[in-house]
Design a binder for this molecule. Structure first.
Ligand SMILES: [Zn+2]
Length: 231
């Protein structure tokens, strides 16, 4: 069996509602990560996701590369987004039980890496369960110790942009790649994954309902989606 936790970044957006509806229809659990500044543009979509029982984590307020800003700015990005996320939970009338965090671009903060991890621990962010990952690089890179939520497989569909030459066929190729340059091969029997996908209206413009296309491909190839767990 191939087990995977689906994570969707950069909510909310126009297409967040349709994504929630599709996942609900297919009975696929998901963990979403919110950028506060963008969610403020699409507040109803975020409230909709929360009301439908989706756990939404912190993905910073303005989505900067954390290695390019000061430690103080990193803390502000995290704290401000916590405030916004808490107010969305309140608006939705949903109790916030878990508080996972994901860095924009998976950028762990460069020289401030350790300080930020300490800060995440101090602020009691929840670590997504990763003890099932048997990839040697997961431990070698210290990812088993980090509080933030990285991924083992990046669909990279955000590369589908005007003029990029990157299409849905390239995403399909990645899905079937037995030896990816980064991360773990997805369709390997008895493997566990954290899959990265995004809620991007820009992707939707070039590839309508792209999430459906990719998720159907995963289902067809034996991936079974698991609910988020925390340690
Ligand atoms: Zn992001």
């Amino acid at each position: 069996m191939i087990r995977a936790l689906l994570t969707i970044d950069d909510v909310s957006s126009k297409n967040t509602t349709a994504i929630v509806d599709y996942l609900e229809k297919k009975n696929i659990p998901v963990l979403m990560f919110m950028v506060g500044q963008w969610a403020e543009n699409y507040p109803d979509q975020l409230v909709y996701a929360l009301k439908h029982g989706i756990i939404v984590g912190n993905h910073s307020y303005t989505h900067p590369a954390f290695s390019q800003i000061s430690f103080d700015e990193c803390k502000k990005e995290i704290d401000k987004n916590e405030e916004v996320l808490n107010s969305f939970y309140e608006k939705a009338g949903v109790e916030r039980k878990y508080r996972p965090f994901r860095f924009p671009y998976g950028d762990k903060g460069g020289v401030n890496k350790e300080k930020i991890q300490e800060y995440l621990a101090e602020k009691k962010f929840d670590k997504v369960k990763d003890t099932q990952f048997k990839y040697p690089w997961w431990k070698e890179k210290g990812l088993d110790k980090d509080i933030d939520t990285l991924w083992t497989f990046d669909l990279a569909e955000y590369n589908i942009r005007p003029g990029s030459g990157f299409t849905t066929a390239d995403v399909m190729k990645r899905i079937h790649d037995p030896e990816p340059a980064e991360g773990a091969a997805l369709l390997k029997e008895e493997s566990d994954h954290l899959i990265l996908l995004h809620a991007h209206d820009e992707t939707e413009e070039l590839a309508p309902r792209y999430y459906e296309l990719f998720i159907e491909e995963l289902l067809k190839n034996g991936v079974s989606f698991v609910a988020p767990e925390f340690i």
